[in-house]
Design a protein around this ligand. Structure first.
Ligand SMILES: NC(=O)c1ccc[n+]([C@@H]2O[C@H](COP(=O)([O-])OP(=O)(O)OC[C@H]3O[C@@H](n4cnc5c(N)ncnc54)[C@H](O)[C@@H]3O)[C@@H](O)[C@H]2O)c1
Length: 377
């Protein structure tokens, strides 16, 4: 793996060349983050070669070192990391021109998976301009760079948060887009931007993937979710309580119209999600131009208390909980209808809630402080 900083290449490890096993040459924005790192691993294992563009504002290069290690890369050309910002045309050009071509003929980026962005709902309410700048402005800069470099295949990280307060029952992609916070608005705007671009000129292959609740970790426990500060999401919060970093879990509402009164969500193992991205990029690389909009979820709902119990069972640790008032902006139940992704991509989730908890715990136990100070080398 090689990291290219603004000043030039910084080699982290030297690997032998392995061009022949590369299927496609892909750019992954935000590839050092939670979902991006797991997806990078799946894509490398599938034989693709990658350039990762990340400014490390919410991640560490350590995640990519471990991805290279897990993928068994003995190869500097299949994973190149460019430290830079998606809002910078110069950084994007460096990424499009980087990597994977030292030994053999130059090869250009054939597809992009765009994870880079900001994702904290509460923060988006405080700092809406930043969210529009990075999530919408960053997506616009990326699309402009793709046009400059003749690349028209894009997988975009969207979110079920677009559905706002959904009707009861599994949510199909045809449900109204009615976000209720600036984060959701920024994702809806980026989705619209992509639809407008696809409609403006022929040749675009775009998949807008709406994730439900990505959780868990790679089963090795080497890579996982590493939120800075207080976690915004339930799963890393539960893990941090289990490992002793936090005293208890505050549950927002015990009076929802659900079986046990706590909110129900569709939890998707991050490795299932990563495999969904592989299926999506493979589709875009092999089909005619199209604009896809797909839910990526399991179709199964689990309550907060069910998740807590499953985590306790997997970890053998107790997770003290306190049920408090509902939080503004939450819905009782949000569960995907994932049937379109099954039809279009031939993809569906394979991993259970127990596996989610087992793998999430493997990561948390081995890395109680995240990538900051791992207990294992
Ligand atoms: N995790 C979830 O619950 C969830 C749910 C739905 C959608 N999403 C979306 O999926 C994507 C990935 O989420 P994640 O959970 O992996 O988040 P993450 O924060 O772990 O990863 C995002 C990555 O993007 C990088 N980044 C941020 N701003 C950047 C910029 N301006 N230039 C370059 N890199 C930048 C960060 O450093 C990080 O490595 C995001 O777009 C998010 O909105 C996430």
């Amino acid at each position: 793996m090689q990291i290219l900083e603004a000043t030039g290449p910084r080699s982290l490890a030297n690997f032998a060349s392995c061009w022949l096993c590369a299927l496609a040459h892909l750019l992954i924005t935000g590839g050092a983050g939670f979902i991006g790192s797991h997806t990078a691993l799946v894509l490398l294992e599938a034989g693709h070669s990658l350039v990762v563009l990340d400014n490390f504002s919410n991640s560490s290069p350590e995640s990519l070192r471990r991805v290279a290690e897990l993928a068994g890369l003995s190869d500097a050309s299949r994973l190149t990391v460019v430290e830079g910002d998606i809002r910078s045309a110069a950084d994007l050009d460096r990424a499009f021109n980087a990597g994977a071509r030292p030994a053999l003929a130059p090869k250009s980026i054939e597809g992009v998976i765009h994870f880079a962005g900001l994702k904290a709902v509460g923060e988006s309410v405080q700092e809406p301009l930043r969210y529009w700048d990075v999530n919408v402005g960053g997506s616009r800069s990326l699309v402009e760079a793709m046009r400059r470099h003749g690349c028209r295949r894009l997988v975009f990280s969207s979110s079920a948060t677009l559905y706002g307060y959904p009707e009861a029952g599994p949510i199909p992609e045809t449900a109204p887009v009615q976000p209720i916070n600036p984060y959701g608005h920024s994702k809806a705007a980026a989705e619209q931007l992509l639809a407008d671009v696809a409609g403006s000129e022929p040749g675009w292959h775009i998949a807008r993937l709406r994730y439900f609740n990505p959780v868990g970790a790679h089963p090795s426990g080497r890579i996982g979710e590493d939120p800075g500060g207080t976690p915004n999401n339930l799963f890393p919060f539960i893990s941090q309580v289990a490992v002793g970093r936090r005293p208890q879990l505050q549950v927002f509402g015990g009076d929802w119209p659900t079986a046990d009164g706590t909110g129900v969500r569709d939890y998707i193992h991050v490795m299932d999600l990563a495999e969904g991205h592989r299926a999506a990029i493979d589709r875009l690389l092999s089909h005619a131009p199209e604009l896809l909009t797909l839910n990526l979820g399991s179709g199964q709902g689990h309550s907060v208390l069910e998740l807590v119990r499953a985590f306790e069972q997997a970890s053998g640790c107790s997770v003290p909980t306190a049920i408090g008032a509902r939080r503004e902006g939450d819905a009782a139940s949000t569960v995907a209808d994932p049937s379109r992704a099954a039809t279009v991509l031939g993809w569906r989730t394979r991993r259970s809630l127990a596996e989610i908890c087992r793998d999430g715990w493997a990561w948390q136990r081995a890395n109680p402080q995240g990538y900051g100070s791992p207990t294992s080398a």
